[in-house]
Design a binder for this molecule. Structure first.
Ligand code: PPS
Length: 563
């Protein structure tokens, strides 16, 4: 049920909002709010209160016993939470300033996020993107009912956006009674299209391609590219048999619970059936390369709850290309000795990166064209070299040599974001607390990501002592080009001995507090692309190693191939 107020009430709510405390929503919160307001999260009438939250976390049930698998909470700062009491009213605002809803506060509490992560996502490991987001969110939760003023605005692909009520009306208009929804956060290739087409055939109904365009797994293809792909793929289906509609959901990548949640959302959008394939919404652990969940865990949990949800789960196993027949078959149906072809996500990325062939049996020409535009081969991509290391490890000296050499051998514009320079021009008001250092690195990351996105080369050389913020920057830049972490590794004794600026001596004398390596931590990178031991290498050798890496990985094309 939509939580939007009636037109007359909206005017009253807008007047009331002028005098209310405001909370500026984060992007993730805007996506949650949209689906709360438009009824996609029905039966929720707002953010979970503490009792409902406890039940959802413990056993996927609201306090009244209704099924609901995912905590939908409003996270706020301690300071803001401290100003709120039960009964307070808060204006929830879009970053551009509009009031989207008014929240009547019922509860304010401090959640145990580790317990939430363990119970809902099955792990507290922040290699899991849902856990990472959860830990990054504000520390206090606010629950309460919502009165919607307006839905968040969308300026893209408006012809593909529907509220649950609009989508149901569209199904009725088209005379569709049996609708199978296909969830995706990736471009669709032939295997996915075949699976979705077969599902529609099986249920003797129509297909709803229902991709998530809110928040997905970091590193996923951006939704602009993906949506153009879906629009191309649907044209390869029988005419008028299916449609595309976009779902502005912030995924938690919670595997089994996420599958139940997705099925409830699709039920609210009017689907009668929901496809759950292998590894539904399951991320893999960057540390082990393995999934956080069993490949069919999500299917099992979604099947278990399908009756209660009121949607039929259509379970599919992985589809592979059966070369002998020239068709896609479920992997378990391939006879002994049958020749099977498959291209993994990693292999596809390699082929795009290297400009290698992407065969027609794998995907559609329009999809290849979109992906090649989005992911030009590496010689045309932007990149960021992110040098991190202790003060005096040699970052700036090496960065300057790399910069000169890059300008000699390739044509991308090169921008230097050296620690000291940035602190002078970009972060002049910041000190060296953890908060200020993180902000400094985020600023550098932001500028570097813009340079990378526009196909330039950025060389950053801050200390960047904290792992979590380096990872955030990596994610931001990986989405638009390449992030290459270069660990400038010199033992603290060596750095201290060099003490070019005399800062170590001052730190030892207690004249500088919180000096990295002395009385402030340096968390060494664990997966840096390049490690330079500067107590063993000369500056020339260190820079040459970086250039060699760039050449070997295809970022610097042979002279004859450069445009
Ligand atoms: S950070 O942690 O990444 O934000 O630091 P960064 O912006 O690279 O700035 C590091 C330079 O600031 C000087 N400096 C300090 N460094 C570390 N800890 C403390 N407390 C500190 N106070 C001043 C120092 O000159 C660093 O420069 P480099 O080039 O690393 O020697």
């Amino acid at each position: 049920m939509s939580l939007l107020a009636s037109p007359t009430n909206i005017q009253d709510l807008k007047k009331e909002a002028v005098h209310l405390p405001s909370w500026d929503l984060t992007f993730r919160q805007i996506w949650d709010l949209e689906l709360l307001l438009n009824g996609a999260f029905s039966p929720l009438n707002g953010y979970l209160g503490q009792k409902d939250y406890d039940g959802v976390v413990a056993n996927m049930r609201l306090a009244d016993g209704k099924l609901w698998p995912m905590p939908i909470t409003l996270d706020v700062t301690n300071d803001f939470a401290g100003t709120l009491k039960s009964g307070a009213r808060v204006a929830l605002r879009h970053p551009e300033g509009m009031v989207l809803a008014i929240l009547s506060v019922s509860d304010v509490w401090m959640p145990n996020k580790d317990a939430e992560a363990e119970s809902v996502l099955g792990t507290t490991d922040d290699g899991h993107p849902g856990v990472f987001e959860l830990k990054k969110s504000h520390p206090a939760y606010v629950g309460g009912a919502l009165e919607g003023v307006e839905l968040p605005p969308h300026h893209t692909f408006r012809h593909l956006r529907h509220t649950p009520a609009e989508l149901k009306a569209e199904f009725a208009r088209l005379g569709w009674k049996r609708i199978v929804a296909f969830q995706t956060r990736n471009p669709m290739h032939r295997a996915h299209a075949e699976l979705a087409r077969r599902a529609a055939q099986m249920i003797e109904g129509n297909l709803l391609i229902h991709p998530v365009v809110g928040m997905t797994n970091p590193g996923d293809v951006d939704y602009f590219t993906r949506v153009r792909c879906y629009e191309a793929v649907i044209k390869h289906m029988p005419p008028h048999s299916g449609m595309v509609s976009l779902l502005p959901l912030a995924m938690r990548m919670g595997g089994p619970r996420e599958a139940v949640w997705h099925s409830m959302i699709r039920k609210n959008y009017g689907a009668t059936h929901f496809i759950v394939g292998r590894d539904h919404a399951g991320p893999s652990n960057p540390k082990t390369g393995k999934g956080f969940y069993g490949p069919y865990d999500a299917q099992q949990l979604a099947e278990k709850h399908q009756k209660e949800v009121g949607i039929e789960v259509v379970s599919f196993e992985e589809m592979v290309y059966y070369e002998d027949k020239g068709e896609y078959w479920p992997v378990s149906k391939i006879p002994e000795g049958g020749r099977v072809l498959n291209i993994s996500g990693t292999e596809l990325r390699r082929r795009l990166r290297e400009g290698a062939d992407i065969p027609d049996w794998f995907t559609y020409p329009e999809v290849v064209k979109e992906l090649r535009m989005r992911y030009p081969d590496r010689s045309r991509q932007g990149f960021t070299l992110f040098l991190t290391g202790l003060s005096g490890s040699g970052k700036s000296t090496i960065a300057n040599v790399i910069m000169a050499k890059l300008m000699e051998v390739q044509t991308r514009p090169v921008t230097m974001l050296d620690g000291d320079l940035v602190r002078k021009h970009l972060s002049s008001e910041l000190g060296f607390s953890k908060e200020h250092r993180d902000l400094n690195i985020k600023r550098i990351g932001y500028v570097a990501s813009e340079i990378t996105k526009n196909h330039g080369a950025a060389i950053c050389a801050p200390i960047a002592p904290y792992r979590a913020v380096r990872r955030e920057v990596r994610q931001m830049i990986d989405a638009v080009g390449a992030f290459i972490e270069v660990y400038i590794n010199a033992p603290i004794e060596v750095c201290e001995q060099r003490d070019r600026k005399g800062l170590y001596a001052k730190a030892r004398a207690g004249l500088i507090k919180g000096f990295t390596g002395i009385d402030d931590p340096y968390e060494a990178p664990e997966n840096a692309e390049i490690v330079l031991e500067t107590d063993k290498l000369s500056v020339e050798e260190a820079a040459a190693k970086v250039l060699l890496y760039l050449e070997n990985e295809g970022f610097i094309a042979p002279e004859a191939e450069q445009e």
